[in-house]
Design a protein around this ligand. Structure first.
Ligand code: GA4
Length: 328
């Protein structure tokens, strides 16, 4: 057997088979957020895929466009200037290293804290007024979308309190994180049939994540428990929503957190914004009582978001983080 080494530029970054047209998934559920049928459609999508696309969300294209151009401008700076906005942990600029346990991807990013509806003042990055105000405008808007999605979800699940899920995020201490990812093209791999891993496979730990990209493909989701990876057709005008591990537990497994990853494009740069809606650290993550049938027990041992988050940061990206909390 001939073992080929990674080309030096992607040394240490796992390679993936380049997606082809046949990998494109035409079945992404589309939810019209302005429709009365949204609640039912969201629940259905969360049960089937843990993933859906949101249209008619009301966020002006200009809000998304401004944040995108400011992000492009930030990432176009000299490396030394970007490094001054680092390190990524707890918050700031990072490049290639993801998390604290050795995961690597072909990307650079900003990891930012959100307080209430804007970037946290304790987070000095981004430092320029134009970038900061563009991101603040975007964060305020995407957070509203997340709240509407969580309210529709509660309605679709038949929970009397419409704010049962959304208030976990908007209440005091809600742990909201915002991420700006830039996946530069990787021309060294062009024509080789493989692509660099941009962001390796994982599930998100929070309740939901709301993503918007610049229209460059790369996002893939796993179907049938990871048996098949499919490419999500990009759409710069829409948001994509992922179910996270905490929502899986809150619904006692009725919704599944979706495994996803990003494959780098060899020619086009991808810029994405992801808003992660997490609860306060002390929030207990247990199935909502109204979702448990009589006599039905939680599939998970009880934990708080703070405990889960702490445990998550000790894991590798691709680990099954919920496994240690499953009752056997
Ligand atoms: C995945 C979802 C979010 O991007 C994130 C990621 C976090 C990080 O990049 O620092 C983690 C990852 C994410 C889950 C497991 C741990 C923590 C990297 C990693 C290996 C910001 C988050 O909240 O969890």
């Amino acid at each position: 057997m001939v073992v080929l080494a990674n080309p030096p530029v992607v040394d240490q970054i796992p390679l993936l088979r380049s997606p082809g047209p046949r990998d494109t998934f035409s079945g992404v559920p589309v939810v019209d957020l302005s429709s009365p049928a949204a609640a039912r459609a969201i629940v259905d999508a969360c049960e089937r895929f843990g993933f859906f696309k949101v249209v008619n969300h009301g966020v002006p294209a200009a809000t998304m466009g401004r944040a995108e151009s400011e992000a492009v401008r930030f990432f176009a700076q000299a490396q030394a200037d970007k490094d001054r906005a680092g390190p990524a942990y707890p918050f700031g600029y990072g490049s290639k290293r993801i998390g604290l346990n050795g995961d690597m991807g072909w990307l650079e990013y900003l990891l930012l804290a959100v307080d209430s509806a804007s970037l946290s003042d304790a987070c000095p990055v981004p430092s320029t007024a134009a970038f900061r105000s563009a991101l603040n405008e975007y964060v305020a808007a995407v957070r509203k979308v997340a709240v509407r999605v969580l309210e529709a979800m509660a309605e679709g699940l038949g929970i009397a309190d419409a704010a049962a899920l959304s208030s976990m995020v908007t209440g005091a201490g809600g742990d909201q994180v915002f991420r700006v990812n830039h996946y530069p093209p990787c021309p060294a791999l062009q024509g080789l049939g493989c692509s660099a891993t941009g962001f390796g496979e994982h599930t998100d730990p929070q309740l939901i994540s709301v993503l918007r990209s610049n229209g460059t493909s790369g996002l893939q989701i796993a179907l049938r428990d990871g048996a098949q990876w499919v490419s999500v057709p990009s759409d710069r005008d829409a948001f994509f929503v992922n179910v996270g591990d905490s929502l899986q537990v809150l619904t006692n497994g009725r919704f599944k957190s979706v495994k996803h990853r990003v494959v780098t494009n060899s020619l086009k740069s991808r810029v994405s914004f992801i808003y992660f809606a997490g609860p306060a650290l002390e929030q207990r993550i247990v199935p909502l009582p109204e979702l448990l049938a009589e006599g039905e027990e939680s599939l998970y041992k009880e934990f708080t978001w703070g405990e889960y988050k702490k445990a998550a940061y000790k894991t590798r990206l691709g680990d099954n983080r919920l496994a240690q909390f499953e009752k056997r």
